[in-house]
Design a protein around this ligand. Structure first.
Ligand code: GA4
Length: 341
């Protein structure tokens, strides 16, 4: 009998069974054209059924995306000891393999920047780049562009839900104290993960373990390497074909709270590849830390009960940072049925 031992570097922390079968319910990722007259309706439907959609015709030039991607790669090619000077993340900065502070690991390295002027990203982050100025302006320009798209999308969602003010979501990320962040993830190719290892042990290399994003909304752009998977409401995992020209939008936990569960915060994960490295850039749109978040009364029918208690983003963020990646953080804020009586 052939006994296959995993290559030393790939211990159980990285190799997991991550089955992904085609779901009969799923006809493909919902695609929304930002310029289409029905965009708001399609977005609302996608957020209700999947919590995720692909956005095309968004107006952000491909050059702006690839230019930041190239700047980031110039950071990542540097020697490990050099990159480590910008880490470990606290929670912003450079990180490698460790995600958060509670033992989660993934086959990736990353950079995390905050856009909140009241919180500071480590200065070394930019200084450790060969060309700090162009890296900084790349991050700033990209963030500005993606924030604009995100704000347009949130306005359309407000419109689509028919909740009086279309700015009810977008104002939260447009606020100058918005606690949003930008994450750049690089999932190196892992040649030790041969096809045989995968086939014989039925295991996959976890790049970023399953989780939901705690913020309002996430806007992801990646290179053309696959790896992203989302979990459908029937529990099946489906792979999302990459498209380096488009954005992928995901509902975050706070949007699920504000819509009283109508929009679903999408569970997702990333599997690493044996031959191609994946680079993704994700903008996480969050509100100011002191913002009170609760189900919107304008959305709820008169007899409808709030599923969640009011929280501040500071409170939710701090609970998130105390949790493990795969924990169901929203359940901590569920109103228990008895508490309402
Ligand atoms: C998931 C979404 C964002 O990447 C992130 C992540 C954060 C981190 O990497 O520091 C967390 C994770 C994320 C949720 C639970 C906690 C916090 C790692 C972790 C185990 C930056 C975020 O805001 O929450």
């Amino acid at each position: 009998m052939v006994v296959l031992s995993h290559p030393a570097a790939l211990n159980e922390l990285f190799l997991v069974k991550a089955s992904c079968k085609p779901s009969s319910m799923f006809t493909g990722v919902p695609v929304v054209d930002l310029a289409h007259p029905e965009a708001k309706t399609l977005m609302v439907e996608a957020c209700q059924h999947v919590g995720f959609f692909k956005l095309v015709n968004h107006g952000v030039p491909l050059e702006l995306m690839t230019s930041l991607e190239n700047e980031a790669l110039k950071f990542f090619v540097q020697p490990q000891f050099h990159k480590d000077k910008a880490g470990p993340p606290d929670p912003y900065g450079y990180g490698s393999k460790r995600i958060g502070t509670n033992g989660d690991m993934g086959w990736l390295e990353y950079l995390l920047f905050t856009t909140n002027p009241e919180v500071v990203s480590p200065k070394t982050l930019f200084l450790l780049h060969q060309n700090p100025q162009s890296f900084r302006s790349g991050v700033e320009e990209y963030t500005r562009a993606v924030k604009k798209v995100c704000s347009e999308v949130l306005e359309l969602m407000g419109d689509g839900l028919g909740i009086g003010s279309r700015e009810v979501f977008s104002r939260l990320i447009r606020d100058e104290r918005s606690d949003s962040c930008l994450r750049i993830n690089r999932y190196p190719a892992c040649p030790e993960l041969s096809v045989e290892v995968e086939a014989l042990s039925g295991r996959n290399l976890i790049g970023f373990g399953e989780h939901t994003d705690p913020q309002i909304i996430s806007v992801l752009r990646s290179n053309n390497t696959s790896g992203l998977q989302i979990c459908l409401q029937d529990g099946t995992w489906v792979s999302i074909p990459p498209d380096h020209t488009s954005f992928f939008l995901g509902v975050g936990d706070l949007l699920q709270v504000m819509t009283n569960g109508r929009f679903k915060s999408v569970k997702h994960r990333v599997l690493a590849d044996s031959s191609m490295s994946r680079l993704s850039m994700i903008y996480f749109g969050g509100p100011p830390l002191n913002e009170k978040i609760a189900p919107l009364p304008s959305l709820m029918s008169s007899e409808e009960e709030s599923l969640y208690r009011e929280l501040t983003w500071r409170e939710y963020k701090s609970a998130a940072y105390k949790s493990r990646l795969s924990d169901n953080r929203l359940s901590l804020f569920h109103k228990s049925p008895t508490a309402t009586h």
